[in-house]
Design a protein around this ligand. Structure first.
Ligand SMILES: [Zn+2]
Length: 611
């Protein structure tokens, strides 16, 4: 139980004015007006419309001992209203400096100010007085900074931490935490928390973090897990009266809610009542300094169960399923293909009756260069992104002496036959130029072939897989004919993720799944799956990021596959059919470089499988 008198006395002793008697939810019920441009239901705020917001809001009151309130909520839940009501309540009744951090200053910080904060102050009469009439001194406000008696609101972007430094703040609001654009300048949350210090020692600072999650152990999930007290939003069963945190498993294809405890089935037409009578259930209680709330869209009055169900069943590929998992279920994404199982891959290897199995439309080569050898994979592709590993070759020879390149030339000139005797030549070769750079450039220069491309990996999940700017690529190609450089820069983090997702996908023709032949060694699969996507703290700011971590001694097979995949993405460029030398004892066959009929190209065909 909180000793209110003790708190009030402490506040008086600190020279503060007596704290407000209203709770934030009561302030909202009495004073908050929803603006027509920001709400589907404009007019007076009603707690009865979203009763689950009351408890998180009131944890932000002076009388609640929580210093930090964490809301891990689905998108359609009104979670930003908690932040807005906190701002309105603080501005009118318990003023102090407020800092709001949005993922970026522009456009998100500006939009939050113009579309949410400004209309709230305009349409809520008690707040309107605080900011003053347009033209008055009090109205001297900018988009990112507004003053009111006893305090101010500053809106900053996580991408410009310099905007966070300076004076103390009493209220910190971190909105859409998992979408923050973190720069090398430092972790904005840690910087902002330092500014809370002055008020925290007096016991009246408040921090509010709201977001839908992305991955476990980062962002809002990490903040929620660290909370001393945790609450989940449950539905209460009509049959047995017990409570359930609703997940996909609790819903039938007809969008009926099935109780975990007694199996009682609730038809969709009782959902409004069930959501309004939902309860917060305490699942962890180790103190009150930090308090976390977790709610999914199943409990939200702003989305129908049938629509929520459809969002999941409509999600076709991992990227869409991740979005639904994060923003609808408010769950972290565990990943599909973030790691791959070498035994499962080897177990599903296939026998083909020709070099090139049915379904292959064109071939590419990816080459990884080592000190004493080049490892290269020939991969067959369909426009859908489906792939077949045609050959994997270890070509001995040192790049310094050029021996290895002779063997690579032979592989480039090799022809591969399908069961009908059609011959295939590789359309494109990507060779790693990250090491032995000079030697690779002189090899590429010697080739004088625009289809042989030096590539260099660059990290970062935001980076595009391959440059899709054709004109710039054409300019680089022309330069390469002269000098063998520059290389094409590959977004290897994203490429690896897509390769891994293809490895994880079931073997369904027409989807971006990966086929392997039965003669591939155990070592090959160990290398191909030799990295794992992990969450790690990076750099001085200890920023949490996803990184690929190598867990097997060699990963040449994975690198070769990544380069062959990049080569497939580059085949968007028009490629002339190349003739194959006709041998005397063999009838001439056309050489297929790629299927000319497939409109839109490989990248377009793949796009449905890509992030
Ligand atoms: Zn029940």
């Amino acid at each position: 139980m909180i000793d209110i008198n003790l708190l009030v006395r402490a506040a008086y002793a600190d020279g503060l004015k007596p704290p407000p008697r209203l709770l934030p939810s009561e302030w909202a019920e009495n004073r908050r007006h929803l603006s027509p441009e920001a709400s589907a239901e404009p007019g007076q705020w009603r707690n009865a419309r979203a009763p689950y917001l009351v408890q998180p809001m009131d944890a932000l009151s002076f009388y609640h001992p929580a210093e930090r309130v964490v809301c891990k909520f689905s998108s359609q839940s009104g979670k930003t209203e908690i932040a807005l009501n906190m701002i309105g309540f603080a501005a009118e009744l318990d003023p102090g400096p407020i800092l709001v951090i949005q993922p970026n200053a522009s456009p998100m910080g500006e939009a939050f100010s113009k579309d949410r904060v400004a209309p709230m102050f305009r349409d809520s009469p008690s707040l309107r007085k605080l900011i003053g009439k347009p033209g008055s001194r009090a109205a001297q406000a900018t988009v990112m900074h507004k003053k009111f008696p006893g305090g101010h609101i500053t809106i900053a972007g996580a991408n410009s931490p310099s905007g966070l430094a300076s004076r103390p703040i009493r209220y910190l609001i971190g909105d859409e935490l998992d979408r923050w654009e973190i720069t090398k300048e430092g972790n904005p949350l840690l910087l902002a928390r330092k500014r809370l210090q002055t008020f925290r020692v007096r016991g009246n600072s408040k921090e509010l973090l709201v977001s839908s999650p992305t991955y476990a152990d980062v962002g809002i999930c990490a903040a929620y897990d660290a909370c001393a007290q945790q609450w989940e939003r449950h539905l209460v069963c009509d049959g047995c009266g017990k409570t359930t945190f609703p997940t996909m498993e609790n819903f039938t294809p007809q969008a009926e809610f099935v109780c975990t405890h007694c199996g009682h089935t609730h038809p969709p037409d009782v959902q409004d009542r069930l959501k309004l009578t939902g309860v917060w259930v305490k699942v962890k209680d180790e103190g009150e300094r930090s308090i976390g709330f977790w709610m999914s869209q199943w409990s939200s009055p702003f989305a129908r169960w049938a629509d929520t169900l459809a969002e999941w069943t409509d999600a076709q590929d991992p990227a869409e399923r991740q979005v639904v998992t994060n923003t609808v279920f408010a769950m972290p994404w565990e990943g599909e293909g973030d790691r791959a199982d070498p035994h499962a891959l080897r177990g599903r290897a296939e026998h083909w009756d020709a070099d090139v199995p049915a379904g292959v439309e064109f071939l590419t080569i990816g080459a990884d260069v080592q000190g004493d050898r080049i490892e290269a994979e020939v991969v067959g592709w369909a426009m859908s992104g489906e792939s077949w590993s045609i050959a994997y070759e270890v070509l001995p020879g040192e790049p310094e002496t050029g021996d290895a390149f002779a063997a690579l030339d032979d592989l480039w000139r090799a022809r591969w036959s399908d069961s009908e005797g059609n011959l295939y030549a590789p359309s494109m070769l990507c060779i790693d130029s990250g090491a032995f750079t000079k030697h690779i450039y002189s090899y590429v220069k010697r080739c004088r072939n625009p289809l042989i491309i030096p590539v260099k990996g660059a990290s970062g999940f935001q980076r595009e897989t391959v440059s899709m700017d054709r004109r710039a690529r054409m300019r680089r190609t022309v330069r390469r004919m002269q000098s063998g450089s520059p290389p094409e820069i590959l977004g290897v983090d994203q490429l690896k993720l897509q390769v891994y997702r293809s490895l994880a996908r079931p073997l369904l023709p027409g989807t971006a799944c990966a086929h392997f032949p039965i003669d591939r060694s155990e070592e090959y699969y160990a290398q191909l799956t030799g990295e794992r996507l992990q969450v790690a703290r990076i750099g001085k700011s200890r920023t949490v990021q996803r990184v690929w971590v190598q867990h097997y001694a060699h990963v040449e097979a994975l690198d070769a596959r990544v380069y062959a995949f990049a080569a497939a993405l580059f085949t968007d460029d028009p490629i002339r059919k190349r003739k194959v030398p006709t041998k005397r004892h063999e009838p001439a066959k056309p050489v297929r470089t790629r299927n000319q009929s497939g409109g839109g190209g490989f990248a377009a065909g793949m796009s449905e499988w890509l992030l």
